[in-house]
Design a protein. Structure first.
Length: 133
């Protein structure tokens, strides 16, 4: 299946369901909860949803509002290590279980998230006193 066909298959409603199921777990999460300020959570939910809709063949509202995604740069303030990345994936996997999307859409989206979340991991800073190579 092509990326752009995901929107045709699951529509805005499918993305809303998946992202809603993800964000409903965030406030209680000990690693991710503190990263998302409470008053920003609804807006953050909308940003992830609009981004996915744009990325997988739907309307480009995300681009109109936020410009080029620059996702790695936008995640730099959050200090994402392996534990945070794994937790993000765990919540997304729970969200997949709850949203029950068609298997071909789930498979493609899951592979995308696996890859992107790993890409967000930031290298630990070199200990002071060492020479960067
Ligand atoms: C690896 C673990 C990740 C963590 C801990 C994380 C955390 C965050 C946080 C704290 C924000 C700010 C909330 C906001 O105000 O929008 C954010 C924004 C965002 N994240 Fe992540 N994220 C992760 C992975 C991902 C992945 C895999 C994707 C998509 C493939 C993604 C897509 C986005 C998008 C689209 C935004 C909004 C960017 C903007 O327009 O400002 N994130 N993320």
């Amino acid at each position: 299946m092509e990326d752009a066909n995901i929107y045709v298959l699951i529509g805005e409603e499918g993305f809303t369901r998946l992202v809603g199921a993800f964000y409903s777990q965030v406030p209680k999460d000990d690693i991710l909860g503190p990263m998302y300020p409470e008053h920003e959570r609804r807006a953050a939910e909308q940003r992830l949803r609009d981004f996915l809709i744009y990325r997988f063949g739907g309307p480009e509202k995300y681009i109109a509002e936020r410009g080029h995604p620059r996702l790695r740069a936008r995640h730099l303030p959050f200090h994402i290590n392996r534990a945070a990345r794994d937790r993000w994936m765990q919540l997304m996997n729970n969200a997949f279980a709850e949203a029950a999307l068609p298997p071909e859409a789930e498979q493609l989206l899951r592979a995308f998230f696996e890859q992107m979340s790993t890409f967000m991991i930031q290298a630990a800073p070199a200990p002071t006193g060492t020479i960067a190579t």
